[in-house]
Write a protein of this length. Structure first.
Length: 113
């Protein structure tokens, strides 16, 4: 199983980014996938997740600003991030849970004030 995250970058506060996570080697459509983030000196935290049936859950800090979606035909999950804040600065990771957790390599998101 491999996960390839992309789409990070530097953006000003209030801006937008779309992250992508492409999966291979797994029956993607069957599993829950989450986006997590880790800021310097902080623990990794769940940002958003989407089930095989496309039910979603979000951290309170991103509700109303971030949207997670999945395209099973492309084996890809997306995280649309709007209204970005400096506190959203972190490395963002995707994770798929099958018989165990598999993590992507992370993509840096930096939001300047």
């Amino acid at each position: 199983v491999q996960l390839q995250a992309s789409g990070g970058g530097l953006v000003q506060a209030g801006g937008s980014l779309r992250l992508s996570c492409a999966a291979s080697g797994v029956a993607f459509r069957l599993y829950y996938i989450g986006w997590y983030r880790q800021a310097p000196g902080k623990q990794r935290e769940l940002v958003a997740g989407i089930s095989s049936g496309s039910s979603t859950n979000y951290a309170d800090s991103v509700k109303g600003r971030f949207t997670i979606s999945r395209d099973n035909a492309r084996n890809t999950v997306y995280l649309e991030m709007n209204g970005l804040k400096p506190e959203d600065t972190a490395v963002y990771y995707c994770k798929i849970t099958t018989f165990r957790d598999f993590w992507g390599q992370g993509t840096q998101v930096t939001v300047s004030s």
